[in-house]
Design a protein around this ligand. Structure first.
Ligand SMILES: Nc1ncnc2c1ncn2[C@@H]1O[C@H](COP(=O)(O)OP(=O)(O)O)[C@@H](O)[C@H]1O
Ligand SMILES: [Mg+2]
Length: 1041
């Protein structure tokens, strides 16, 4: 926001002191440039130049006030608030009195400026509710005084027709605690006469336009200005820029705030109304030319409203009372005289009432607290004025402006001079126009215009305005600032009337018409009227006239002398204070916004002495700053002074400017300040500062961000540590609990373990339960899956021995049951057979265990493979089983391939179609096999006849199957013998043979030398594949062969 504000305000140059050339053209160009951007304020050092914009600018709001509050004067763009604030803060820190002199010609914006300042203080100063009422009264005094003291003139629709100096009192805290107003010379003549295009004081119009019907009725008034002589002479009662009705409301409200009660208000309005009625009082003349009242109504209203006797009033207006010794003689007036008396009364009433009003306002703003106060005085006095016709009033007003200009010159020069002296800096005086010469022309004792005017007014005899003019011409004849028709050269004379005199004021020439000077200066009110007014029933009138001049014998001071002495007093008041200046410039004569009348402004710049002021400011050194202030602002520009200079500020400044490369003649070091000669030097420094400010801002920002981030990081870290330690604590506590629990459990476990052998008790019950459970779980996972599964049954702990055994049995039974359920009848038959095999061979023959796993077949040779003849031959005996065998001849043990067929009744040895041998089961007495792994079988046969063939020696691969079948078919279990050693047999009746068995590396069958059949077998059964088996057989056969 401030940045934008500053940027916007960087149009032109904010301080004329920094202009590179001090020419009027440069000055005006800068003013114009800024004005075109609505930048109406520009500084000349601490002086504020303001150009009337004639439009509302959005720069007087609360936000703006806040921006300027407490900020260094040059830090922000020029503003009236900056000046107000600076004066205020200087007052607070130095605890001294100040005043702000607002000057400029009529309509330049002085009154507006003073209002802005008052508003600023009202809003910005610290406050309490009590003080708020004081503040409101100060603010509200304005509309009331403006209503009674301002009027529309040709120059200004709201022209102040009185001078106003207002003290704002502050306590040591800076609170605005009271106020006091001094008023100067109200332009009373306006009450009875207005020039064309001008109006009477606002209050009259406000009353007749805005007053309620009741009020108007009560005051005998009619609505509308047109009914009143005093309101219509200027012929412009209605002005577009003025809203009388609204203003009336504002004034009524303001009167309430400044504690006017109803009676006082009524009396005030009665006075105003009486003036209007007075204006309508007309006179006729009788035959002798004496004045006669032509209508009594208005007079009655006046006597009514003022509370005076109507008859005496009429007498007062038409007769003059002459005191001759002790007698009083009434001398009748001519009509002119009567009118004069009437107007004099109207002016007097109004003028006195205005003073009374100011006093009342002062009473209401008064602060009775005796503690010391400091004040800021606001001087808003009528500005320099030039009309087509200028009279006594303009003379006074312009004289006042001369005095103020004189004061300004003295103060600015004086302060400058004093400053250089105080600081020990050499100083060269600057040439400027000193208007003292004009002031002297006007006010010098005995020889000044004022003295001459008074002389004329007071001297006996026929003094007139013209005799006054003659006196002037006599005395001032060759004064360079004075000219009249008579004194003028040819050229000038053309511009002057005979009754005129011309003053060459500092602000320009003004031609005054002497007509009325004496009367206005005398301001006489006839004694009888004055006395009458003292008896008024209207408190205001009574009070005013009673106090008018207590010593009635002495001739009152003339108006101009009063004015002169009041200005003298004002000067005294002002020089005792520190001055601040606002120079208001009027941008154009037509009150138009946006119009910059260069000629008009050049003229004002000239007569206001702005160029001189500027030159004075720049004479020696354009800029000066207190060391600490300078150092504080620019210290970032030098590493030695940034961020802190530890020594004396002056030394710091010296170091700083050395670093900045200031040349020796560019600056001077005073006692407390540095003086910089050229604006460009400060400019360069300021530019460098602007640039550096950004860098600094970035650095400070970075630092600050870093600092913030660090803080944040530290905080986070602390938080993390806290959380961590908390978490660790929780974990540790959990761990501890867990361990405590574990210790308990382990202890219990150990105890349980140690007492595991005892009957269940508290010590071991859990342990045992655990062991039990553990065992059962393990057991569950390691159970044998089937009956044949050889997984060993888990060894149980001692307590579970019994249970385990029961479980084992149960489990086996269950498996068996399952297994049995899954067995087919065929398989069952097989098993039954295997059972038989087992009962016969188990534990007897070495090859038995190997055989268990091989299931028995129904037969080994299908019927198709048996010769049909053989089948034919044995068809009556059902074939039960067939198997291929090798039969060994009884003589020589030649091996022969044969088929062995078991029927119901006999065993057949078959070779192709021949049945080689038939052995009935009944004759089969025994069957022998060895205990080894071989597969040799010897069938021992009972021979009934000797011829019958001997025992049968065969070798059968399916030994167990064959023999089991035989057991089943022929019930021969008991006939089977497993023999250790040799098996003897009968080759034929009476002739024996033997089969010997031995173990060797390979199975082999051959006829041994002892004539026995030698069967060699391996120690363990060699599981041979079918092929191997047949290969083996072949080999055996070959060996045998
Ligand atoms: N700062 C301002 N902003 C807007 N208008 C202004 C400003 N100053 C003056 N004016 C206008 O100019 C008119 C005359 O100003 P005023 O202060 O009465 O002049 P002065 O008191 O110098 O005769 C005001 O009524 C107002 O319209
Ligand atoms: Mg004014």
């Amino acid at each position: 926001m401030e940045g934008a504000l500053t940027a916007r305000d960087r149009v032109g140059i904010q301080d004329f002191v920094l202009l590179d050339e001090t020419t009027e053209a440069a000055f005006l160009s800068n003013l114009k440039k800024r004005f075109s951007k609505d930048l109406i304020y520009t500084y000349i050092g601490t002086l504020l130049v303001s150009v009337n914009p004639y439009k509302e600018l959005d720069i007087y709001n609360k936000k703006q006030m806040d921006i300027y509050m407490g900020v260094n004067f040059f830090e922000l763009p020029p503003h009236i608030y900056a000046l107000a604030d600076n004066a205020y803060h200087t007052m607070l820190t130095e605890f001294n009195n100040h005043f702000i002199l607002i000057s400029g010609e009529s309509g330049a914006g002085k009154t507006e400026a003073s209002k802005k300042i008052l508003q600023y203080y009202a809003v910005s100063c610290p406050s309490t509710t009590l003080l708020n009422t004081v503040r409101d009264k100060m603010l509200m005094s304005n509309p009331v005084l403006e209503a009674f003291g301002n009027a529309k003139t040709l120059k200004n629709d709201n022209s102040s027709r009185f001078g106003k100096y207002m003290d704002i009192q502050f306590d040591s805290q800076g609170d605005a605690v009271g106020g006091h107003i001094l008023n100067y010379l109200l332009e009373k003549s306006r009450v009875v006469h207005q020039n064309h295009g001008e109006r009477n004081f606002h209050i009259f119009y406000q009353l007749v336009e805005g007053g309620s019907d009741d009020l108007l009725h009560q005051l005998g008034l009619e609505r509308g200005c047109q009914h009143y002589n005093y309101l219509t002479q200027g012929q412009c009662p209605i002005v577009p820029s003025i809203n009388d009705k609204n203003d009336w409301k504002t004034v009524k409200n303001a009167l309430q705030i400044i504690s006017f009660d109803e009676t006082a208000t009524n009396h005030l309005f009665e006075v105003i109304a009486s003036v209007l009625h007075l204006g309508n009082v007309r006179f006729d003349s009788d035959s002798k030319g004496h004045a006669l009242l032509n209508n009594n109504t208005e007079l009655h209203w006046v006597s009514n409203l003022l509370g005076v006797d109507a008859h005496r009033l009429q007498e007062g207006l038409t007769f003059r009372k002459i005191e001759a010794k002790k007698d009083q003689v009434l001398s009748p007036f001519t009509t002119d005289h009567a009118i004069y008396a009437r107007d004099a009364l109207a002016k007097a009433i109004y003028g006195q009432t205005f003073t009374w009003l100011v006093n009342r306002i002062n009473e209401s703003m008064e602060n009775e607290d005796p503690s010391r106060k400091t004040v800021i005085g606001l001087l808003d006095i009528y500005g320099f004025e030039v009309f087509y016709v200028n009279s006594f009033e303009q003379f006074c007003i312009n004289y006042c402006n001369e005095k103020l200009q004189q004061l300004f010159i003295e103060l600015t020069l004086k302060s400058e001079q004093e400053e250089y002296e105080a600081e020990g800096i050499e100083w060269e005086p600057v040439q400027f126009f000193n208007n003292k010469i004009i002031c002297d022309l006007i006010e010098e004792k005995h020889t000044g215009i004022i003295s001459l005017l008074d002389e004329e007014c007071l001297r006996p005899g026929d003094a007139t305005d013209l005799t006054f003019l003659e006196r002037l011409e006599e005395k001032m004849g060759n004064h360079p600032h004075f000219v009249t028709h008579k004194l003028a050269d040819k050229m000038t004379r053309k511009t002057l009337e005979r009754g005129d005199f011309r003053l060459l004021h500092y602000a320009g020439e003004v031609t005054y018409c002497v007509v009325g000077f004496l009367d206005k200066n005398n301001d006489l009110l006839y004694r009888n009227i004055k006395d009458l007014m003292c008896q008024s029933k209207n408190d205001i009138v009574k009070e005013c006239f009673s106090s008018m001049d207590p010593d009635s014998r002495r001739r009152p001071e003339t108006v101009v002398t009063q004015f002169k002495s009041s200005l003298q007093k004002l000067t005294e008041i002002l020089v005792a204070k520190e001055a601040w200046y606002i120079r208001c410039l009027k941008s154009n004569e037509s009150k138009q916004s946006g119009q910059f009348d260069e000629a008009l402004i050049r003229h004002q710049v000239k007569y206001l002495g702005l160029m001189e002021h500027l030159r004075v400011r720049r004479a020696g050194f354009a800029y000066r700053r207190k060391y600490d202030v300078f150092l504080k602002r620019y210290k970032p520009l030098c590493p030695a002074t940034w961020p802190h200079w530890r020594g004396v500020a002056a030394d710091g400044v010296e170091v700083l400017v050395q670093h900045l490369g200031y040349l020796p003649d560019e600056y001077k070091m005073g006692r407390t300040k540095i003086f910089i000669r050229h604006p460009r030097t400060l400019f360069a420094t300021e530019d460098a500062y602007e640039k550096c400010k950004h860098e600094l801002a970035t650095r400070i920002q970075a630092k600050y961000k870093g600092y913030r981030a660090k803080g944040e990081y530290r905080k986070q870290k602390e938080a993390a540590t806290k959380i961590e330690s908390c978490w660790r604590g929780t974990q540790a506590r959990k761990e501890k609990e867990k361990r405590a629990w574990a210790v308990k459990v382990i202890k219990k476990f150990i105890k349980g373990y140690m007492t595991r052998g005892q009957a269940k008790n508290t010590d071991n019950s859990e342990y045992l339960a655990f062991v039990r459970q553990n065992y059962l779980n393990r057991l569950r996972d390691n159970l044998p899956k089937t009956v044949l599964d050889k997984t060993p049954w888990l060894t149980p702990p001692a307590v579970l021995t019994e249970t385990s055994e029961m479980l084992r049995k149960l489990h086996y039974r269950l498996m068996v049951r399952k297994y049995v359920r899954g067995i087919t009848p065929q398989k069952k038959a097989q098993f039954e057979m295997k059972l038989i095999t087992s009962s016969v061979f188990k534990g007897k023959k070495d090859s038995y265990p190997q055989s268990v796993a091989h299931p028995f077949a129904d037969t080994r040779i299908s019927e198709e493979d048996i010769n049909t003849r053989v089948i034919q031959m044995i068809r009556n005996e059902r074939i039960k089983y067939c198997v291929p065998v090798i039969k060994y001849d009884r003589n020589g043990f030649k091996p022969r391939q044969r088929q062995l067929i078991l029927t119901q009744t006999a065993v057949y040895v078959v070779e192709e179609a021949k049945i080689k041998q038939r052995v009935l089961y009944t004759s089969l007495k025994e069957i022998s096999v060895s205990n080894l792994t071989d597969s040799t079988i010897v069938f021992h046969i009972t021979r009934e006849e000797p011829k019958q063939k001997g025992d049968l020696v065969v070798q059968c691969d399916h030994l167990f199957e064959l023999l089991t079948k035989l057991c089943v078919i022929a019930n021969k279990q008991n006939a089977i013998k497993v023999v250790q050693g040799s098996i003897n047999f009968e080759i034929q009746a009476g002739k024996g043979g033997a089969v010997d068995f031995s173990t060797g590396p390979e199975p082999m069958v051959y006829k041994a030398k002892n004539g026995h059949l030698m069967v060699e077998t391996t120690k363990e059964m060699i599981t041979m594949s079918a092929e191997n088996t047949s290969a083996q057989k072949e080999m055996n056969l070959r060996n045998l062969g």
